[in-house]
Design a protein around this ligand. Structure first.
Ligand code: ATP
Ligand code: MG
Length: 147
């Protein structure tokens, strides 16, 4: 089903911003002009919101979470960037496995399912996920969707 992914993303992020603590600021940049994507709204919601929820959960309240949606050639890219705890290199290969949690999560709660769900939903859109992360610096996750 074809939908304007920019409007969808903007609306979803406004909802998320409204549902989190008022002192926790999300910032996002989404194209002003429509970009049509063949996608499933329920699955896209899982992708967009799981990544934001991780960024919020694994960084402290005073750190920004920055979200971008942009087109590059025939791809649409969704990126979520945080300045949180980061992901140890040793955990990266298993990051998208169900129930896998990195060794540095400490007492931060979680089940290890969010990213497994994201991976499945991205696969169903023919896309791919890319992770850039450095322990103690932060994490940026990119989702590439073919247009
Ligand atoms: P939940 O099922 O509630 O989402 P979770 O957050 O632990 O639990 P995932 O979202 O699947 O599970 O993430 C898997 C693991 O990847 C996390 O446990 C954490 O170790 C690591 N991780 C994911 N996102 C981030 C992030 N933005 N910063 C640091 N670590 C992260
Ligand atoms: Mg999670």
């Amino acid at each position: 089903q074809s939908l304007d992914i920019c409007e969808f993303c903007d609306k979803l992020l406004r909802q998320l911003q409204g549902s989190i603590a008022r002192d926790r600021q999300l910032s996002w940049q989404v194209p002003q002009t429509p970009v049509m994507l063949n996608g499933d709204e329920k699955l896209l919601r899982q992708i967009f919101s799981n990544l934001v929820s991780n960024a919020l959960k694994y960084s402290s309240i005073d750190k920004p979470v920055e979200i971008r949606l942009f087109q590059r050639g025939r791809e649409l890219i969704y990126s979520v960037k945080d300045q949180g705890i980061g992901i140890p290199a040793g955990d990266l290969p298993r990051l998208f496995e169900s129930f896998h949690r990195a060794k540095n999560v400490g007492t931060i709660p979680g089940t290890g399912l969010g990213l497994a769900i994201v991976q499945r939903c991205v696969d169903l859109h023919g896309g791919r996920v890319e992770v850039k992360s450095q322990v103690g610096v932060g994490t940026q996750i990119f989702v590439h969707f073919p247009l």
